[in-house]
Design a protein around this ligand. Structure first.
Ligand SMILES: [Zn+2]
Length: 1016
């Protein structure tokens, strides 16, 4: 039974026994030292299920090995920084199938690499650009003897409308099968560059099966000399480049789904139904399963045995966003009240009443859908059943008919059996020299006057129940008494930061409306009080400690808003020093850059979580601040970390204020504890999010807001277990509302189980998969070298796709890359993930920025990771200004830019307006009110508001995007070929990475080679 050990007593008192006794591992991050999903021995591929039919669309195309790069000693560039192969038995690596050491039998050495070195990807501008992928275009006539062109052609298998160029089973690359390599083309190296005359690259030993190893092999058997493009072709005029449109496109997939499901109603009455993509606008009607806004899964059809799960290596995970915002046209959750009895739960597994409970025995008993236990129906809850065996009050009770609902909790579910107080927000402003000088303190104080009017409130309530309090600090802390009875606020200074205490209880946390006059007075005075400060040192941990103590004293949960400019170097607990060391990059010790300092900050996390104290950190650094440590508390308490490098009020002020406004007004729950239950035979094993785990099942969150998601991985309980035909998945969240009510929020989801892997692949959701991979890879780099993590990502990608090919696809030439339709853009995302800053060891990247991205992703939902890993690139120069619609985004590649074009690029964190060199003066005039591009000044925070249709349209697109995303974005304007353009280019994720990483096309070819190796 998967729910064993959960005690029947009230959950709160069980889960948080004073929260004092935290021992052992600190959060889930360190309890799982090794990355890799299946620790078992390598799995052999099973034969495909017999009698398999292929009713669904296959996507397939050919992607043969490229012509080889002759040995060359100069390696000007390498797309993929292939890591040195870890020795067998390297301590960090589990012996898993996705470990870098592919078992030798899976990668038989082929022709000697030296004679047939693999060509690198084309270097832009080099004479052979594109040539490797060249060869007669797909549509061209098949060539004599060409074995790959024969039927079945990929794409011909597709039942659906083929995408342009989907039949990529075209002829192979130029030079394929040439007995001798041509002259060395200048330029780029491949995934791996062969060393002169050696079988492997210089610098590290070659190993069979190693990334960079086996794909060096020569042509596939059966293809020698089949192609006309011999050595001469290399020297001749460049052949037609493989059309980039012919490889699967994310923008196309998004567009297709919009056409198919956009604007429609998605009803949740069908088990295991795959929802529309996160990028599609649709309306959800809850008919028994939770809306995909609350829960999305990596696949909606789970393998029914552990063996099948291991075989395919597709992670089985749910991404749960319990407080997701619902659009206005969808009903907010019903609140059920069972009075003093509290929620109705299964006696054995404690699952809450939900549509998966089966009423029997005339309605007197019900069988639990999770553990099968038969329970008595409480007398007050009895109801007759209709002829279908359904309770006659089915539609009157949300808990019987809806996937998601809320239930009022009784005192049993409250801390110390006492109803909670409404939460408090404490504003803690660093008033050291930097923040005063930059004007930040004044900006914050001015903004708070209006912002505090907009504190979140319960639906229908006249004002917010949230209390507010104020602290300023540098080396010492200043608390303010803002009791409504006072004429003037009073300041109390605490200079002993070692033993933090709150010097006043009465008058520190107040109702804003009552104390408005005093608070106004205070906010007016703060900037002046510290105007002449010379103090540049700050404390940090004592600030958080003070906040926690204040909340404890007031017996409430809440949130700290900390506005800090620098690393805390003042003598106090939690003092930090600069430990940024670029020499560690690309070594086994690189991981230490991401690991937080232990001690004080660990203890603070525990204190905060125990008190329901969420920490939001707004950082305004001008240099390294050890973000990995400073963000540790926010990231384990459901908080957010915002970072504004070299903050200037003029250019960054509005950007920061947008974040602050959004954050304060967010839909949020406090002091939450979440439990994920599954039906017997399956259980939640890994958890990723802004969470804290004191045991293996209770997910504790000091707070959880509408943008925070928890990703949960599931495993089968044991290898022999065969799941029932459906899998139930339930997330129960106990929390305190913004008005101080204790509630349960229940989300239920049922999934299919199948013995056919094809069902699993058909029901995959790529956006969810990538969310899981991003979070697990970012956690893994805490414990092992980045290069290992990258290898695992590649190997698992190849393995998942190879398993599909082996078990689900109809037979086809090995040269064809066959991808499941639901995963056809999976490689683009994986490649993009590997090019993100945390996974790229490069000394030019800021350690703090890398740590920031690593931590931010941990709590992201599926929409956010999708957008982060595949930004929207929107052409603005040729749009229909009369249309309401957003222009269709184009692929994130330099090839899509045009010299006379204007493009908007956004990924949820960065926002660029890119202007081509040949932009027409009319265009520049309309947008900037300037005669030409040359007149444009660099640092422009916003576009001028001009009275013409184009300007208005662009403004509305930008404000629409800012509205929609959880974070504000600072608009950066870049001109083609100006230096700052490099910032923009790193987001063109289909191109070769700026610091490392292959282009999409090259990555695909590489993965294809890996798959072929796995299948031989
Ligand atoms: Zn049960």
């Amino acid at each position: 039974m998967s729910q064993q050990g959960y005690v029947a007593a009230p959950p709160y008192s069980q889960a948080q026994p004073g929260m004092g006794g935290y021992q052992g591992g600190f959060g889930p991050g360190t309890t799982q030292p090794l990355y890799g999903h299946y620790g078992g021995p390598p799995q052999a591929f099973n034969a495909p299920p017999t009698g398999e039919v292929l009713p669904f669309r296959l996507l397939s195309f050919s992607c043969s090995p490229r012509p080889m790069h002759p040995p060359t000693s100069t390696v000007p560039q390498q797309h993929f920084q292939a890591p040195p192969p870890p020795a067998m038995g390297q301590p960090q690596m589990p012996p898993s199938p996705q470990s870098p050491q592919m078992p030798p039998q899976m990668s038989p050495p082929q022709s000697p690499p030296a004679s047939m070195p693999m060509a690198g990807p084309p270097m832009p501008g080099s004479p052979i650009a594109g040539q490797p992928m060249a060869g007669p275009p797909m549509a061209g006539p098949p060539m004599a003897g060409q074995q790959m062109a024969g039927p079945p052609m990929a794409g011909q298998q597709m039942a659906g409308p083929p995408m342009a160029g989907q039949q990529m089973a075209g002829p192979p690359m130029a030079g394929m099968g040439r007995p001798f390599p041509g002259p060395p083309p200048p330029g780029a190296g491949g995934f791996q560059q062969p060393a002169p005359g050696a079988a492997g690259p210089t610098g590290y030993p070659q190993q069979p099966g190693q990334f960079g190893g086996q794909h060096m092999a020569g042509p596939q058997p059966g293809m020698p000399g089949a192609f006309p493009s011999g050595p001469g072709a290399m020297a001749g005029p460049p052949q037609k480049k493989l059309d980039p449109d012919s490889i699967p496109s994310i923008t196309q997939v998004i567009e297709d789904d919009k056409v198919k499901q956009g604007g429609q109603v998605f009803t949740t009455n069908i088990r295991g139904q795959v929802p529309p993509l996160v990028t599609t606008d649709f309306t959800v009607q809850d008919q028994g399963n939770a809306s995909p806004r609350f829960i999305r899964c990596t696949t909606y059809s789970l393998p029914c045995t552990a063996d099948l799960a291991k075989q395919c290596q597709v992670p089985l995970a749910a991404i749960i966003k319990p407080f997701a915002n619902l659009p206005k046209n969808e009903t907010s959750l019903y609140v059920v009240n069972h009075g003093e009895t509290g929620p109705i739960r299964c006696n054995r597994c404690k699952a809450y009443m939900c549509p998966f409970m089966q009423f029997i025995d005339g309605g007197r008993r019900y069988q639990c859908g999770f553990c099968n236990c038969v329970n008595e129906v409480p007398v007050f809850y009895f109801q007759h059943l209709d002829h279908m065996g359904r309770r006659v009050d089915f539609y009157e009770r949300p808990e019987l008919s809806l996937g998601s609902y809320e239930c009022l909790a009784t005192l049993d579910y409250c801390k110390n059996n006492k109803a909670p107080n409404p939460p408090a927000y404490i504003f803690m402003i660093d008033v050291s020299y930097n923040n005063i000088k930059s004007g930040l303190v004044k900006l914050i104080c001015d903004e708070l006057k209006t912002l505090l009017e907009k504190l979140p409130r319960e639906e229908g309530a006249e004002s917010s129940a949230i209390k507010v309090g104020f602290v300023t600090y540098n080396k010492v802390l200043h608390f303010y008494n803002v009791k409504s009875a006072l004429a003037q606020p009073q300041m109390m200074v605490v200079s002993d930061t070692a033993e933090m205490f709150v010097p006043l209880l009465d008058g520190f946390l107040v109702n804003y409306q009552d104390s408005k006059a005093v608070i106004y007075n205070l906010l007016d005075q703060i900037p002046d009080m510290f105007a002449d400060t010379n103090e540049s040192e700050t404390v940090f941990a004592p600030v958080i400690q003070a906040g926690v103590e204040a909340l404890k004293a007031a017996e409430c949960s809440g949130k700290l808003f900390i506005f800090q400019s620098s690393m805390p170097t003042a003598e106090a607990p939690g003092k930090l020093k600069n430990r940024d060391d670029k020499k560690l990059i690309n070594t086994d010790k690189e991981k230490t850059l991401f690991q937080p300092q232990k001690g004080v900050y660990e203890q603070l996390v525990k204190d905060c979580v125990a008190s329901g104290c969420c920490v939001d950190l707004f950082l305004f650094p001008s240099q390294y601040v050890d973000l990995a440590t400073m963000a540790n508390v926010p990231c384990h308490t459901g908080g957010s970390v915002y970072k504004y490098n070299n903050f200037q009020v003029e250019t960054d002020g509005e950007h920061f204020l947008r974040d602050l406004r959004k954050d304060i007004q967010k839909n949020i729950g406090f002091d939450a504890i979440m439990r994920v239950r599954t039906s017997t035979g399956f259980r939640a094993t890994e958890f990723f999010g802004g969470i804290y785990m004191n045991n293996t099942t209770d997910i504790e969150m000091a707070a959880v807001d509408c943008d925070k998601a928890v990703t949960v991985e599931f495993k089968h309980d044991d290898a022999m277990c065969l799941l029932q035909c459906s899998l139930l998945n339930k997330c129960a969240l106990l929390y305190t509302t913004i008005s101080g009510q204790r509630r349960l929020r229940i989300h239920n989801l049922s999934l299919n189980c199948s013995s056919q892997l094809l069902d699993l692949y058909k029901s995959c959701e790529t956006d969810s998969l990538i969310n899981f991979f991003a979070k697990s890879a970012y956690r893994a780099i805490l414990n092992q070298p980045i290069k290992n993590v990258r290898e695992i990502l590649i190997n698992q990608t190849a393995h998942m796709l190879a398993c599909y090919r082996k078990n689900c696809a109809s037979p086809s030439a090995a040269s064809q890359l066959i991808l499941p339709d639901a995963m056809k853009v999976f490689p683009v995302y994986m490649n993009s993930l590997m090019k993100t800053a945390p996974l790229v060891g490069n000394t030019e990247l800021s350690t703090d920025d890398r740590a920031h991205q690593r931590l931010s992703v941990t709590a992201m939902g599926v929409e956010d990771t999708q957008l982060l890993l595949y930004p929207r690139l929107i052409p603005l120069h040729n749009m229909d200004v009369g249309s309401e619609a957003l222009p269709a985004p184009v692929r994130c590649s330099e090839e899509r830019l045009t010299d006379a074009g204007m493009f908007l690029l956004e990924n949820g964190h960065s926002l660029f307006l890119w202007l081509g060199q040949a932009c027409s003066p009319d265009l520049i005039q309309s947008i900037f009110n300037l005669p030409s591009l040359a007149h444009l000044q660099g640092n422009m925070a916003a576009l001028p508001e001009l009275d013409n249709p184009l300007s208005k349209k662009v403004q509305s697109i930008i404000s629409g995007l800012l509205e929609k995303r959880p974070n504000s974005m600072k608009l950066q304007i870049v001109r083609q070929r100006d230096k700052p353009e490099i910032l923009f280019r790193q987001f063109l994720v289909e191109d070769k990475g700026l610091y490392a990483g292959a282009s999409y096309m090259d990555f695909l070819c590489y993965v294809h080679r890996e798959i072929r190796q796995l299948l031989t």
